[in-house]
Design a protein around this ligand. Structure first.
Ligand code: SF4
Length: 159
């Protein structure tokens, strides 16, 4: 299966802080699937490192107050374009991000508080029929692993 994956989860240093967040368990899926790393914020044209953004009242705002909604929308559309081009109908995305969060995002106050919600890219992919799961969806990710030994790794909660 071809699966889009948040680039940072595969160890690419694409996060706003200039680092990555390699998830070893998800990286194991390369044994049985084609993983396609994507960073919607970079695809939208933002630099790395960059100021953090959060969604507030439907807009994506930089901590300094700059409105980046159009850039985030562009990144989402480019990610959808890649999914269609490569015929991928599934994505594993980083939770809490204003782009990639699928069920939880930060609340827009830059205080570390999370609320239920979707990032701009996750929402667009879902709207277009692509299955999106967070890296914390252990059971769903376990289903993707053929090797029974590796499957047990996913059956434990992920960071
Ligand atoms: Fe990772 Fe997504 Fe943020 Fe890019 S936009 S750094 S892929 S969480």
């Amino acid at each position: 299966m071809k699966i889009l994956v948040s680039a940072c989860l595969l160890g690419i240093n694409s996060r706003y802080c200039g680092g990555g967040c390699l998830n070893d368990h998800i990286a194991l899926l390369t044994d049985t699937h084609d993983l396609i790393p994507v960073c919607p914020e970079q695809l939208g044209g933002l630099p790395t490192p960059r100021d953090p953004d959060e969604i507030r009242e439907g807009r994506v705002m930089e901590k300094n107050g700059h409105d980046n909604t159009d850039i985030f929308q562009k990144g989402a559309e480019e990610t959808l374009r890649l999914a269609r081009l490569l015929k991928s109908d599934m994505a594993i995305l980083k939770q809490n991000s204003p782009s990639c969060g699928s069920t939880m995002i930060y609340d827009g106050t830059f205080s570390g508080k999370k609320i239920p919600g979707s990032g701009i890219t996750a929402a667009l992919l879902i709207k277009n029929g692509i299955r999106v799961i967070g890296e914390d969806s252990s059971a769903a990710i376990a289903e993707l692993m053929d090797d029974p030994e590796k499957k047990t790794l996913f059956e434990q909660p992920q960071d």
